[in-house]
Design a protein around this ligand. Structure first.
Ligand code: SAM
Length: 251
């Protein structure tokens, strides 16, 4: 069986060609300025310059082959050549994540992006001890993850809300809640059409929170195996299970 050449991606463009997310409108022959962050990344970190190929992408316009016209330390420009991929809708998948310590939360945001999450809502719970994260840092992490994993869209990251406010405003179908130490069914028995997962903080949910969650008709508590996972492991494992059982890994 012929194996796919790992160095070649769509339409003969090398996978080493940098991918850059941009909110700009992407059209043939369009010239675009690079942001200072893009210029730094391409010119200083990746050592690319005029004449080198890049890929520019966003969820609205798809992925385009472009060329660097000029690149200095914090300034540069591109010209677009041809479209490599049309836009494609991504199935909705929501992670409701209790705020946890900075490094662990950064890791969750990166991995959730790789796993296809379209929306991340940070949640304050009774046992949340970590401070709310810097939204610009999280945005940079998820942009970097989307550039690396070849997706077209970025997850939307939403400002922290207390758990009760999230539940009061919920209108998005079944919500799976990762709940250890309760007689919850395994996630495999519940995944079905659920496209949202709530994970608690390092110290877990308070008993009153679990009682309140269990009383909501749209909530299904679920177990992620017999071991107690760290919150960040639970988030990534739960999302992988949802994608494998009923999401885009099951296609
Ligand atoms: N302090 C808690 C305890 O020892 O009982 C553990 C909390 S755990 C570190 C953090 C979060 O991960 C939990 O609130 C839950 O959402 C999720 N979690 C961890 N292991 C789980 C499991 N086996 N099944 C379901 N959820 C789990």
């Amino acid at each position: 069986m012929a194996l796919h050449d790992p160095n070649e991606s769509r339409m003969g463009v090398a996978v080493s060609t940098p991918r850059i997310h941009t909110e700009e409108l992407l059209l043939p022959d369009l010239e675009l300025p690079a942001t200072p962050a893009q210029a730094h990344h391409l010119g200083v970190v990746l050592r690319r310059g005029a004449g080198d190929a890049v890929r520019l992408f966003n969820a609205r316009d798809g992925e385009w082959l472009g060329e660097i016209l000029a690149m200095r330390k914090d300034r540069g420009s591109f010209v677009l050549r041809e479209r490599l991929r049309p836009p494609a809708p991504e199935p909705e998948l929501t992670l409701l994540m209790a705020i946890i310590k900075r490094d662990a939360l950064d890791w969750v945001v990166e991995k959730a992006t790789e796993l296809g999450v379209t929306r991340i809502r940070l949640v304050q719970t009774r046992r949340t001890v970590a401070a709310p994260p810097n939204p610009e840092r999280l945005q940079a992490i998820l942009r970097g993850a989307a550039e690396q994993c070849e997706r077209l869209g970025l997850p939307r990251i939403e400002a922290p809300l207390p758990l009760h406010a999230v539940l009061a405003g919920w209108g998005e179908g079944r919500l799976l809640v990762a709940a250890e130490r309760r007689a919850s069914p395994p996630i495999a028995a519940l995944a079905g059409t659920a496209r949202a997962l709530l994970v608690g903080p390092e110290g877990g949910f308070a008993p009153q929170e679990l009682d309140d969650l269990a009383a909501r008709p749209f909530v299904s508590p679920c177990r992620l195996g017999p071991r107690i996972l760290r919150a960040e492991t639970a988030a990534v494992a739960g999302l992988a299970a949802l994608q494998a059982l009923a999401g885009d890994w099951a296609e």
